[in-house]
Design a protein around this ligand. Sequence first.
Ligand code: AMP
Ligand code: GLY
Length: 429
Amino acid sequence: MRILIVGSGGREHTLAWKIAQSPRAEKVFVTPGNDGLAEVAEPVTIKAGGIEDLADWAEKNRIDFTVVGPEVPLALGIADVFARRGLPLFGPSQVAACLEASKVFAKEIMAKYSVPTAPFRVFDNAEAAKEYIRSRKEPLVIKADGLAAGKGVILPESIREAEKAIYQLMEEKIYGDAGNRVVIEDRLSGEEVSLLAVTDGKTILPLLPAQDHKRAGEGDQGPNTGGMGAYAPASILTPELLATTTTRILEPVIQGMSKEGHPYTGVLYAGLMLTKNGPEVVEFNVRFGDPETQVILPLLQTDLVEVISAVLAGKLDEVSLSWRQGAAACVVLASAGYPGPYQTGQKITGLQEAAALEDFLIFHAGTERKDGIWRTSGGRVLNLVGIGATIPEALEKAYRGAELIHFSGCYYRRDIGWRELQRLQAGTK
Ligand code: AMP
Ligand code: GLY
């Protein structure tokens, strides 16, 4: 099979790495890809890079199926365009992608199908939103309706801050039309966990639960980032909680989307908060998580091409997933300043030494290679993944690799998996 992956980061490198292992994969392309994944797939620049251009390229290059990494092409309707042209693609339709692209849509689906999530109100008027905020004493969360590159969620510390957020989103429009409407919801408390599930719209196969680390600083402090690390499996989502999540969240949403006439296919990412009332949804993503994918796929033993082919054929009921025993942990090496402004073009050393380590994988996120020299080209530069019998072992392997790799301004969190480590410690006392 000839397979095309859309995207350019560590998640796409991981997808390419896993897909390339399939005996059915003859050739894997990633567009635009990155230099670091060239070992497993061919990065291709598709001129213009619009959705029709991608479809033209896929057709001309006899691509058997396409996998989409990021949410933006899905929200723009890449699945619909490919479907119209008879090109198989793994990912939801434009309307189904609204589970991520519109917080209002997602909340309304959840309300309609009784999926546990924070109580909410929708506003398209800034004054009304502010009035509502003043009428509530409890901590709230304000969310821009549309996509805002992960920045559209605000957890205000005071009424003043909440009003300011409304002003910025709805009047200043710092995220453009994404702020035409806002969701204001009650703040939940509990530990967060990511549960991804593959589905053909009928059968739902959950992947291993993972936990990511969105904040830049240790102890989960500091600004939000695209993700500074992750680990799997996250034991906080016990088999009982997984069963509850499947029956109370995944099934009603997937079945609900079918009832709405917009069957959901691809991978659905449920961002959960484990509250004292059980798992509740804080967000849906309509794609693989980044960096969760970097720790989930290395543990998947089943051929991903088989899984995707089954989804495309509507025969996911014929597949079961098997997992390698043990755990995986990912540490993200980032450029100084990230998620704020950062420098690029810094020389990276030690990649070769690190690559020789056992049970250790390097997925490139923001690198480029010129004249044989690796340099940084992004905020999140490298994803270092350790695999071990236990989470502490996996972490140790990831950090061993981190010690070997250097570039000017490199920083990374040293406390990836701290919640799991705390649990382990508490359990052994
Ligand atoms: P989202 O983009 O919807 O995932 O929101 C980003 C982050 O904001 C989540 O990962 C949570 O940490 C936090 N968050 C979102 N909604 C809530 C909520 N209702 N209560 C508490 N925290 C929330
Ligand atoms: N890890 C968060 C995300 O993929 O959105």
